[in-house]
Ligand binder design. Structure first.
Ligand SMILES: O=c1[nH]c(=O)c2[nH]c(=O)[nH]c2[nH]1
Length: 275
């Protein structure tokens, strides 16, 4: 029987590093969750028990902390620096994939910050194969709601359809988005802020006939406003808000009282590309 090793990678997942800049009394914090995955000449470790080509995951964790000492200007810059280091300094390591999440802290003073319930956060993904660096920016769990300017009508009706057409509904979603940055000669923080603002503006300004239409509008707006972005992928759960029937209580409900359903939910996914 012929058996062989397929694709493999290994690394340290979820190294939590918090960097404080304290050059002045007004401190800055960068709070990251860093995962590294290395690939390369790693057959012997799986087949023969030789660890000679293995840069331990513990070392990868330590490298994150040591590199943080030099400062973190953006998750993308930090990820690129780590990826290049692992591949360029270790001959058996041929590729590195870095995933970074950045948690947002809101300032309440020079050295006082609060963080929400672990909701919205920024993401960065870097891949380096020894030649090319690929960078993807994004965000996860950004909750958005329009309390009007949303319809859903004109859909297929078959014998299982019970959904009533909606001409004025709540549209709410928890945005998961990532966009490929094709030109790396860019200010990552500025690109991120511009893309995030474009995303929110497109959601706000689109009179939505479906969440699919809103998805396209968001992708289109990001591509229009950030010249370095070539492709935007979006995953949008439709966080349904159903109008409650108050008639049994002798009350009208002119679009004012809703039941926020948890599950199931519609899941709208798509990619918008620069042509
Ligand atoms: O925006 C929507 N898109 C759908 O595909 C869909 N399907 C559904 O039941 N409600 C909605 N809303």
């Amino acid at each position: 029987m012929a058996i062989e090793l397929g694709y493999n990678q290994y690394g340290k997942a979820e190294t939590r590093v918090v960097r404080v800049v304290r050059d002045t009394d007004r401190h800055e914090i960068t709070d990251l969750n860093v995962s590294s995955a290395l690939r390369g000449d790693l057959t012997a470790v799986h087949l023969d028990g030789s660890n000679a080509n293995v840069l331990p995951t513990d070392t990868q964790k330590n490298t994150v902390f040591a590199f943080a000492r030099d400062g973190i200007s953006s998750p993308e810059e930090f990820g690129v620096r780590l990826a290049r280091h692992y591949v360029d300094s270790q001959e058996p390591i041929h590729g590195a994939h870095l995933k970074l999440e950045q948690y947002t802290w809101t300032r309440h003073g020079d050295h006082t910050f609060s963080r929400g319930d672990g909701g919205e956060h920024r993401t960065a993904e870097i891949d380096y194969d020894g030649t090319d660096v690929k960078v993807t920016q994004g965000l996860r769990d950004l909750l958005l709601m329009n309390s009007t300017d949303s319809e859903f009508t004109g859909y297929i009706v078959d014998k299982y359809t019970t959904l009533a057409p909606a001409t004025d509904r709540i549209l709410a979603t928890s945005v998961n988005a990532e966009w490929k940055v094709s030109d790396l000669d860019v200010d990552y923080n500025k690109a991120y802020e511009t893309a995030r603002n474009a995303l929110i503006a497109a959601f706000r300004d689109t009179y939505s006939l479906s969440l699919q239409q809103t998805l396209y509008a968001i992708g289109e707006q990001i591509i229009k406003e950030v010249p370095q972005v070539s492709e935007v992928s979006l995953t949008l759960p439709n966080k349904h808000h159903f109008l409650v029937d108050l008639a049994p209580f002798g009350l009208e409900n002119p679009g004012e009282v809703f039941y926020a359903a948890d599950r199931p939910y519609g899941l709208i996914e798509g990619t918008v590309k620069r042509n």
